[in-house]
Design a protein around this ligand. Structure first.
Ligand code: COA
Ligand code: ZN
Length: 308
């Protein structure tokens, strides 16, 4: 099996990871976390979302966080937005990239952003114009891309047509989100093969939640289909507040450990990342499901010391 030599990690812990946590982090705590993550070598970090503070109170300090980060050259600081109001807030705060999201499921989209999918797509076109004017790239998520807690399995044809439309509207990258961990590796491989027959693999990304324990297997399936950009959340935090049963993203440290151990270079310092994961666990005051933060890197056990 020929695997790529490199993969890009998009760290979504400060946004996806914290949006559903009972414990609210201060802007200072979030800024510290983001700076530590960039220090660990993560070059793309989704820092916050500019959503309605009543919908997601955990993101109410988004402006303060985005403006407070000491920027590291070469690192992209992304903000997730649901509409033009969010995009304007994000750009005014200095976001280096916008993330927009539309669900593959009409029911989930209504719960999540109180709009039809068609209205969200129209909003995407407006957000795309704002991003172009500000010269920042736009990443567009297809939420519930593999399955939806309200509507069940998502047909591959829905994902393909949404991805095409998102690129047509100006997205630089389309990311498939398995919001409640309903995808399985066979499905993931099929969907990404279908997409990469028609669209460039280097502009596609995968965002897996580990709700049913399949996230790393799904990463491997996507890799086999040619995908090289993967989202992760440090400590395995995360989940959509508007999807029943949602739980954590694949832990970035588990993702980095698996990729590096297979010879896929990520540029991330795993020891440093593990320290961040343990710190997050302390701050949230609850045990997280981050295997590698507990067990240590695989190669500590079977490789000569010094590889790190
Ligand atoms: N940030 C802050 N305020 C916003 C906003 C945003 N992104 N978008 C709209 N508003 C404000 C409007 O300006 C308006 O204010 P006003 O009453 O003072 O005039 C008010 O909210 C209502 O606007 P409306 O467009 O009707 O929004 P809504 O109440 O239907 O809510 C969303 C729509 C998208 C803003 C809201 O559902 C939301 O923030 N969802 C986020 C979901 C999420 O984060 N999910 C997890 C990520 S997958
Ligand atoms: Zn997610």
């Amino acid at each position: 099996m020929k695997l790529p030599l490199e993969a890009t990690i998009v760290e979504v812990g400060p946004r996806d990871g914290l949006q559903n946590e009972k414990k609210m982090l201060s802007a200072e705590q979030k800024v510290h976390l983001v700076e530590r993550l960039s220090g660990a070598g993560l070059k793309r970090i989704e820092v916050v979302s500019f959503v309605h503070p009543k919908a997601v109170p955990q993101m109410a300090n988004a402006e303060k966080v985005m403006k407070g980060i000491k920027r590291r050259p070469g690192t992209q600081y992304l903000a997730l937005v649901p509409n033009t109001v969010g995009a304007e807030r994000a750009l005014a705060s200095g976001a280096g990239g916008l993330g927009f999201f539309v669900s593959a499921s009409e029911t989930h989209n209504m719960h999540n952003v109180r709009m039809s999918r068609q209205a969200s797509m129209a909003e995407l076109a407006r957000v795309s114009r704002l991003a172009t004017e500000a010269r920042v790239p736009l990443r567009s998520y297809i939420v519930t891309a593999f399955g939806c807690p309200y509507e069940g399995k998502t047909p591959a044809s829905t994902v393909v047509s949404m991805a095409k439309q998102m690129f047509d509207e100006g997205a630089a990258e389309v990311c498939l989100g398995d919001t409640t961990g309903m995808g399985n590796p066979a499905q993931v491989e099929t969907v990404f093969y279908e997409l990469t027959r028609q669209l460039p693999a280097n502009r596609l990304a995968a965002h897996f939640h580990n709700t049913r324990g399949a996230a790393l297997a799904n990463v491997y399936a996507a890799l086999r289909a040619g995908i090289t950009t993967f989202d992760g959340a440090v400590g395995g935090t995360g989940g959509c507040p508007f999807a029943p049963g949602a739980s954590g993203n694949v832990a970035t440290e588990d993702l980095v450990n698996m990729l590096e151990d297979m010879g896929v270079h990520t540029g991330v310092d795993l020891d440093e990342l593990i320290t961040c994961a343990l710190e997050i666990e302390d701050i949230l005051e609850r045990p997280l499901s981050n295997s590698v933060a507990r067990a240590g890197p695989s190669w500590r056990l079977h490789d000569p010391p010094g590889r790190l």
